[in-house]
Design a protein around this ligand. Structure first.
Ligand SMILES: Cc1cc2nc3c(=O)[nH]c(=O)nc-3n(C[C@H](O)[C@H](O)[C@H](O)COP(=O)(O)OP(=O)(O)OC[C@H]3O[C@@H](n4cnc5c(N)ncnc54)[C@H](O)[C@@H]3O)c2cc1C
Length: 389
């Protein structure tokens, strides 16, 4: 891995930095969640500026409104956006369903959805997990039965992030119960306003409403909303996308969290409200080294992509390390503030309650997007060549 930029990369980095300097939105990334939500309005301007450059979906081909950026260009852009602590604007529309439709969608599906995603007019949610199907996703039971020109869906999804604000859901359902479990699944696009769709909130332990249960009762979906071939949905749902997946944004974010906690630690120390024991100071040093390691793991993933290979167990190792590190950082922050970390009201809690909010929020990071145990299985079997248990 060459750590210094090549001349082309340096030119590109300067262009991205210049764009950020002249266009960055009013945005306080350290604001508590409720405040951050209220500030979404002013971000519309920032979104438009990104859209004008095709930078909402930089990995998408130009013909679909993206910027056709190379892996390295995306990496540099993600790194600079993360360093500048800029908010993401694309959501699942840009990162998941858009690229899937570009590869597998019909022309009508592309026409109907891609432009709306880029313009920020629609929000999408992902209906994969079910009460009995998470890590073993192919065990999903939501049924899809053909009826004339429609499909009729019955079943339940769970942990569906953003279903309460989503306009559309990309989801998997079992269309052939007699086929081997990976082969009888079809991929659907479901309008969340369809009769028979019910969204029930699940409040997480941080007392926030992010995910939901979604029930499908005789929901009719026109067959034009099937993506790819009937019964081949598994392979569409697991489409490996050739876009930058180094998690550099997460790695930079870890270091920035630490910088924030260190600044606050200094202030609390002055007022005698910080735990200044050697063990806490030792932990902060360890976290700093680990955040630097996380960054190097991201570099490893992107250098594999640049060599024309698809990162596999390396991406799992980076995900595992990053998410477990986010929990360790939150624990260290809680030790800094001590029992005051039990306060959750940002108006009175130290660090505007960021330590306690992060302590609760990061628990789910090692579950969402594939659990740590599943990542370890991948590292063990594909990385280390160990036999399956
Ligand atoms: C914050 C958050 C947001 C989410 N958003 C979405 C979403 O938008 N859409 C969606 O479809 N899903 C979403 N999910 C669901 C997520 O994908 C699943 O929670 C995850 O895949 C784990 O599945 P599960 O919860 O059913 O746990 P299970 O798969 O039942 O796992 C239970 C435990 O068993 C372990 N385990 C399971 N299999 C193995 C194995 N083979 N070897 C070793 N250990 C194993 C797991 O690691 C875990 O500790 C979200 C989850 C979270 C936490």
């Amino acid at each position: 891995m060459e750590f210094r930029d090549s001349p082309e990369q340096a030119t590109w980095r300067a262009e991205v930095q210049g764009f950020i300097k002249h266009n960055r939105p009013e945005w306080d990334p350290g604001a508590p969640m409720a405040e951050a939500r209220q500030r979404r309005g002013p971000l519309a301007d920032w979104r438009q500026k990104l859209a004008d450059k095709g930078w909402i979906a930089p990995a998408w081909p130009k013909e679909y409104g993206g910027a056709s950026l190379s892996v390295m260009q995306q990496f540099v852009m993600n790194e600079e956006f993360a360093e500048a602590r800029l908010p993401g604007v694309g959501g699942m529309g840009v990162s998941m369903i858009g690229p899937t439709l570009i590869i597998h969608g019909t022309e009508d599906q592309k026409k109907e959805h891609l432009g709306a995603i880029l313009r920020g007019e629609v929000q999408w949610c992902q209906g994969y997990s079910e009460p009995g199907a998470g890590s073993d996703l192919a065990a999903l039971q939501t049924r899809a039965v053909r009826d004339g020109d429609d499909w009729v869906l019955n079943g339940q999804k769970i942990w569906t992030t953003g279903a309460h604000t989503a306009d559309w859901c990309f989801m998997l359902a079992r269309s052939d119960p007699d086929a081997p479990k990976h082969r009888g699944i079809t991929y659907f696009l479901v309008d969340m306003k369809s009769p028979g769709v019910t969204v029930r909130p699940l409040i997480n332990m941080g007392n926030l409403h992010h995910f939901n249960e979604v029930f499908f009762e005789d929901v009719r979906v026109p067959s034009r909303n099937v993506v790819g071939e009937v019964n081949r949905g598994w392979y569409i749902g697991t489409t490996t996308l050739d876009y930058e997946r180094s998690s550099i944004g997460n790695a930079v974010g870890q270091r920035q969290s630490l910088e924030y906690y260190l600044r606050e630690y200094g202030k609390l120390k002055e007022s005698g409200k910080a735990n200044t024991s050697p063990s806490v100071r030792g932990e902060i040093a360890d976290r700093w080294i680990e955040a630097a390691t996380a960054r190097l793991m991201s570099y490893r993933v992107v250098s594999i992509q640049l060599a024309g290979r698809v990162p596999n167990h390396e991406a799992s190792a980076a995900k595992l390390f990053n998410t477990e590190l986010s929990q360790r950082i939150a624990r260290t922050a809680m030790k800094i503030v001590g029992t005051a970390g039990l306060l959750s009201d940002p108006a009175v809690a130290p660090m505007r309650s960021r330590a306690s909010a992060s302590y609760l929020a990061t628990v789910s990071s090692t579950i969402a997007g594939g659990t740590s145990e599943v990542q370890r299985n991948i590292i063990a079997t594909r990385g280390l060549g160990l036999p399956r248990a």
